[in-house]
Each structure stands twice: as structure tokens, then as C-alpha cells.
Design a binder for this molecule. Sequence first.
Ligand code: GDP
Ligand code: MG
Length: 726
Amino acid sequence: MSSPAGGAELNRPGGLRGERHVAHGSRGASPIRLVALVGNPNSGKTTLFNALTGLRQRVGNYPGVTVERKEGRLRLGGGPEVTLLDLPGTYSLIPGSPDEQITTDILLGTADHTPLPDAVICVVDANHLERNLYLVSQIIDHRIPTVVALNMIDIAERSGIRIDVRSLARELGVPVLPTVASKSEGIEELTSAVAALPAANSPGNGWRLPAPVERETDELAGILEEALHISPPNARHEAMKLLTTESALLERMDRFAPEVIAHVKRDQDKLDFLGFDRHSVFVESRYDWIKSVCMQSVARKSSQERSLSDRIDAVITHRVWGVVIFLAMMALVFQAMFSWAQLPMDLIKQGFDWLGTRVAVAMPPGDLRDLIIHGGIAGVAAVVTFLPQILFLFFFLGLLEDTGYMARAAFIMGRVMSKVGLHGKSFIPLLGSFACAIPGIMATRTIGNPRDRLATMLVAPLVSCSARLPVYALMIAAVIPPLTIFGFISLPGVTMLSMYLLGLGMALFMAWIFKKTLLRGGPPSFIIELPPYTMPSLRSTLTLMWERAWLFLKRAGTIILGASILLWFLASYPKLDGGTPADRLNHSFVGFAGRMIEPAIRPLGFDWKIGIGLITSLIQREVFVSTMGTIYDVGSGEGEHGGLAERLRSSRDPLTGANSFTPLTGICIMVYYVLAMQCFSTVAVMRRETNGWKWPLFQVAYMTALAYGVTFIVFRAGTAMGIGGG
Ligand code: GDP
Ligand code: MG
């Protein structure tokens, strides 16, 4: 993963493609097909992308890594449609993370998944011009035709920053167009400027190195160009990297010819001898130039008073008030997911029930009818009922992100989350997982560091989701006596709370373990940039909701539907004519499998009936309840578990007459459900998000082991204490 950009250059003649632009004098011969959107993180890239492409976008992943790839279609000033690619944000073309590596590879033309873009729109935050121009100057060095979108000009103007756009364009040697991406201002001018781009940037009179350094760099670049068959700009980039650090050369030792290695070393020594600090001379020369550009083009109105954002931040990141506001915000999100989402979820459920009844009435009884009702419709319903929660979660996430509050929330939670080695941003996905692990896992996309993101995804399903609630409710009704302790603490309530705490505690504990072992890395960075507050844009929030909902339907939908149909088949065949529904289920493959796994789950205090429930609830945990209803022959327990709970409590082992469903059994089932994966949909989403089977399988394995181990201990301890009854 850390293969340096230069390494790829050696293997691929990609650099030659860069040459095309240098060779051609005018655009005519090579029309623009691919335009890349680049810029520092938080410069407004995604907002601009949405403004440019509307909903015509596709989201995927780059091959082999969990970095999101977004592309859309864009019409260039009345001309043809071109592809617009939103590259991961980066501060420079010296990559430090997989995201930045991808951006660098693509802009150097050395990525095998994506060709060198024909043009680049570099998004620049007008409020941090110096820092942003660093990347611009590197891109200009590569002579890719570039337009600068001077974004967030509205905020800059409000805080008294005046930028002379024409002077800036002249100094940089590329077109500069002011934009306000969040209000779609300046979009047409921007696309016209892209359409009018020449096929290559002239070398320009950009930045200068001190003369001796320039000489050595030039000479080395010439040698590299010949030896590695790369384009002049790529050769220069490579030369600067080799002269800056020793490690760059070490990484390439086995790929460079001895005389090239010798030459690099000689040049390094020469520069050292001349008294240049090689580690900083390249960066500083560039910054010197940037400073002079800014000096000519930027005027700052001196304002003594603190900006509005600063004043708001004094409250929102306050040690006490900040936490209070944060908790209130999270309570709101929680409320939305659990209460407000309930009505649409019920409606959807009723809708599907109604549909099932209609089908039942309209079709003659038989396999096909059963398949459609219990396989197809039930499968689609299982997917679609999640939608309201997903839409609500991402609606709020979008708003919070857009206003700039999310960065503050990450800052506030940073102190707590860092105790388990996670980034403050991991908090939101874990919170979302209380509704459902799927939106939780999808929300990890905002976590920049891939190790932190993976750790968060791995533990998110341990947080008790809403599908576990019916299981807990049934078990508590069955085995926990409705006692009140100290006059006000209800035992069932405490039990429920304990399950939620067990899940959350385990999630944090496992995150801590993963960060100490498998996903070891430096402590997460706590430099969280606080972007200025902005008015949220409904449009970008709705786009986000739509995008995530669609992703979810596509990703989870197909797999869940397939699994649901498969499970229906396994629960219906081999067929038994006559008998009760319980008899038919017992006679099926699922019934057989339940008895097969009984020896394995005996040590947990589970019998084969529970085994059947474990299998059927793989589709969605709450199916456990209806399966128990079928097995114990009590309807499907429409909403209240009274009858079923009573049946479970009083069930006797036919041989010994001992109670076969003791309080301990109920507790063990709950503990198992807290910790076990038991969810196809989550596995499916993990596979998509991590681009492979490795992590989802690992996740299933570790969670199963954890669930088994802990339940076993609880069962043994409980038996020893005599809670197990017979
Ligand atoms: P990215 O990290 O570069 O993709 O940045 P985003 O597109 O996510 O934008 C970061 C924040 O800046 C979001 O809250 C946007 O709504 C906001 N934003 C983007 N462009 C502008 C702009 O031109 N003016 C203002 N006021 N806000 C903007
Ligand atoms: Mg973005």
C-alpha cells in the first residue's frame, strides 16, 4: 500500500502519456474526456462536484483499497459531455495516506485503474490560499491543463479577504474562477474555462529553486527521464523526491541501475556540501513563491474583532456547554432514528403484510405462493424497512457535516474516543449502529484514517441494533420476573440496559484491542481542522441521503433477497404433508441443521429448537421471535410476546420433565445475540465497503468466537450459581 508513486512510474510507461500534452500544441487533436477534481480536504470539492454533475454520479471504490471513487457526467460549456472524477482530498503530491496515494498516482498518470486526466479543476479554499496553492503549484509543475476554482469566496469576502483574481491568474499562469459551490455560483464560467483550456500548461515562470539546486535537480531529472522512460515533469518530481530524503532512494534501490544510484548519491552529497538543507529547500522555495504570489494578489482587511465562527466555537467546543450541546444533538439523531422512523417503518411493514395477504388471497396455495410471500416479499420487506432509519441518519449527518458542526463533534468526542485509540469521528457511526449496523458502517466513510475506519467498522455490529430489541423483549418477558428493586429500579429494565451496555462496552473494548494489535498505528491525529460555520444546503444533504439510500438498496438488497429466498427453501424442504407448521419446520433442512448443531451449542445451554432460531435469524435477528412462535406453536405473536413467553417458561423436557427453558437459557440467548454477528446484511455491506471477503469473514469469525466464549462463561457461571434450574 505504501508503494511510492515513483515506484509505479518505473513499471509503467504511464509518464509517456503525460508527454502527449506537452507534444501537442493545441487542444484540437485530443478532446477532453476525463476531468479530475482535486483539492485540499474541506475545500468544497464534493459540494462543487455535486453542483457540477447534479445527480448524474456513480459511487464505487478504487480497486484493492477502501477509498471511495466518485464520478459523474458534466457538460462543458455547450460542448460534449465529459467524465468528472472527484479525487480524494490531498495537501500535496507527496502522498502520506492511501487516499493521497491514489490522487497522486492519477495525476502523475501512473495509476493502472484510471488514465491521466485531460484536465484538472483544482478547488482552492480562498480563505487558506497559501496552504491550498501548494498543491496547485505541484499540479502546474506537471503541466496538466488546470483551472483553479477559487471557492468559498463568499466566506472570504465576509471575513475581509480581498483577492485580485486576475492578478492571481497571471501569477499562476492558469485560469482562476471564483465560485461559491454551496450556492452553485460561478459554475458556468468554470466549465467554459475548462472547455477553453489548451492541451498543456506552458511551463510558466513559476517558482525557482536556488541556482545550484536547480542545476542538480535539472541534471538528475534528465538522467531519470532517460533511464526510466518517464515524462519530463514526472522525472523532475522524482528527482526532487530523491534529493529530499534518503528513504526515497532506499525504496528504489533494487529497481535503479547502479550508476543512477551513484548519481543520486553524488548529487545529494554535493547539495549537502554546498550547505543546502535538502529536506526543506524544495518545500521552502515553493512556499517563497506562493507567498510572493499571495502578496501581490491578496489584501486582508485588518479586523480586530473575532470572526463569528470563533465566537460560536467558544461555546460549542466549551468543556461543559460543548458536551451538553453535543449530547442534545445526539439525542435528536437518536430520537429521529428510533421514534420518528418508527411510523414510516410500521407503514412499510404493514404495506408488505397487506401485499402478502393480497397474494395469499389471489394465488392458489402451493410452493410458488409460499416462495413469493415468505421468500420474496419477506426478503424485500426486510431490506426496505431499514430505509427510514437510514434516511434519517444521513439526513442529520448531512446537515451536521454541512454546517461545520461535525468537525466540532469529532473534536468534543476526541477526548473520550482516544482512550480506546479511536478518532472522534468514530463516535457517529457507533451511535448510528444503535439503529442498525448498516448505516453505521456506511457512516464510517467520513473517517479519514483507514485503520481507524476499519476498526470502527469491525466493532460497529457489536452495538445493539434495533433488530435485537424484539429478541431481548421476548427473553426478558419469558425469564426475568417483573420485580422492582429498592422501590424504583425495575429488574426487566435493568436487564435490557445491561444488554445495551454489554454491546457498547464490548465494541469499545474490541476497538481498543484491534488498535493495539491488528490495526496498530500511531495515535489518531488530533489536529482537527474546524471549518467555518456555514448555512447547510438542503440540496447537498438530499443528495447525500439519496446516494446512501441507493447504495444501501443496491448493496444489501440483492444479497438479502437472495438469502431470504434460500432460507425459505431450506425451511420448507424436504416437504412434510400435513402436520403443524412446527412439524413442517422440524422436518425441513433448517430443522435438520438445528439438530445438527445442537452438540455445538449444548455447552451454551441451547437445544435444537434454539438452534433452528439461530439459523433462521441470520436473515434478520428479530426473525428469532417468529421462529420460536412457529416452533412453540403460538401464532407469530403479533406484537406482544405474552403467550409465547408463557409457553417458553413452562416448556418441559419430554424425557426428564425438567424445565427446558430456564432463566439462564434466556440470559444466555440474550448475551449470544448481543455479541454474535447473526446478520447477512451486515456481512454483505462489509464486503462492499472493504472491497473483499477478508474483513467480513474475519469479523464473522471473531464475533462468533466472542459470542460463544462469553455465553459459555455466563452459562457455566450461572449453572454453578444455580440459576440454571434442572
Ligand atoms: P471537500 O472535503 O473538499 O469535499 O469539502 P465539502 O464539499 O465536503 O465542503 C466542506 C464544507 O464547505 C461543506 O459544509 C460545504 O457545504 C461548504 N462549502 C463548500 N463550498 C462552499 C462555498 O463556496 N461557500 C460556503 N459558504 N461554503 C461552502
Ligand atoms: Mg469530499
